[in-house]
Design a protein around this ligand. Structure first.
Ligand SMILES: Nc1ncnc2c1ncn2[C@@H]1O[C@H](COP(=O)(O)OP(=O)(O)OP(=O)(O)O)[C@@H](O)[C@H]1O
Ligand SMILES: NC(=O)c1ccc[n+]([C@@H]2O[C@H](COP(=O)(O)O)[C@@H](O)[C@H]2O)c1
Length: 274
């Protein structure tokens, strides 16, 4: 029967979500359409994971509020939800660890359902580094997959020295898989072509072409809010009300962490030397 041979996919998006925008939500819809259009996947869930306060990015407001806005934004979705695990960690958590955490959660849920095949599949996925590389888009369709969903700027950031550990890129892209939405100013196909590492994993990177380009970014939103300009229809109304109620995104809040230059890189360097 149609559907039974398809691989179930859970999409995980990590980011600041400072604040969540309509484009963050559109990413999920675009990715689901793209994956399901291949006839190989059924997208069953989308998870938004806002980064914790430890990320110390310029202008990052408290995680509890970013989580709440993401919750309000997804209230009407029957498949996308927000998860606060990452945001509650005292230190910044590298994305590979976040993906691993959610994969373990997914598998334990499946195991609780007494799905023996899924457990076997999970074990295989954990132990075989090259599993997805060798079997990407393969006939094996008996277990759920967790894939990281991101915009093309994140794929591009893989090339920035010291921003990502090589082994983390290999784990995310090779073991789990990446769904990358095009964003104006980035060319993911060219990037994959030019990078020997990404080229190795080209079969586990799904590039989703967004033809109706939409350059909404949280930075743009914060700038407009600072200037007292309208952001209506760029964020869900409930999120806008929350921002207005709490009076977020002022010139003052944008100064937060302003002295932390290249935050991930610094933290990454500090973490690897300890
Ligand atoms: N307009 C967009 N098109 C495609 N992907 C996007 C877009 N906006 C955000 N994303 C993606 O959403 C994820 C979470 O985004 P995040 O909040 O960290 O970035 P952002 O919206 O670009 O924020 P900021 O402007 O504060 O850097 C990332 O993978 C990012 O690439
Ligand atoms: N080495 C890493 O794991 C690494 C490096 C940079 C950003 N990230 C993640 O990418 C996401 C987006 O970050 P920016 O909002 O800085 O673009 C965040 O969730 C952040 O944690 C991860």
């Amino acid at each position: 029967m149609e559907g039974q041979n398809m691989t179930k996919v859970v999409l995980l998006a990590c980011g600041s979500f400072n604040p969540i925008t309509n484009m963050h939500l559109r990413m999920f819809e675009l990715a689901r359409d793209h994956l399901e259009d291949t006839g190989q996947y059924r997208v069953v869930r989308g998870i938004i994971s806002p980064v914790g306060d430890g990320y110390k990015k310029k202008g990052l407001i408290e995680a509890c509020h970013r989580v709440e806005m993401a919750r309000l934004a997804t209230e009407n979705s029957d498949w996308i939800s927000v998860d606060s695990w990452e945001s509650l960690q005292p230190e910044w958590v590298e994305t590979a660890k976040v993906v691993r955490h959610h994969y373990e959660e997914l598998i334990s849920t499946e195991e609780n359902k007494d799905d023996v095949d899924t457990a076997k599949y999970a074990k295989k996925q954990r132990i075989d580094e090259n599993y997805f590389e060798s079997s990407a888009h393969s006939k094996r369709r008996d277990g759920p997959r967790l894939m990281l969903l991101c915009g093309a700027d994140v794929l591009e950031s893989f090339e920035i020295p010291n921003m990502w550990k090589q082994e983390d890129i290999v784990e995310i892209v090779g073991r789990y898989g990446l769904v990358c939405i095009t964003r104006s100013g980035n060319d993911p196909h060219k990037l994959i072509h030019q990078s020997d590492l990404l080229w190795n994993y080209r079969k586990t990177i799904e590039v989703v072409q967004e033809w109706v380009t939409n350059d909404i970014s949280a930075t743009h939103l914060r700038r407009a809010l600072r200037r007292g300009q309208s952001v209506r229809y760029l964020v869900p109304d409930r999120v806008l009300h929350y921002i207005q109620e709490q009076d977020f995104y002022s010139a003052e809040s944008e100064k937060k962490n302003a002295d932390v230059v290249l935050a991930p890189l610094q933290r990454y360097t500090a973490a690897s030397s300890s």
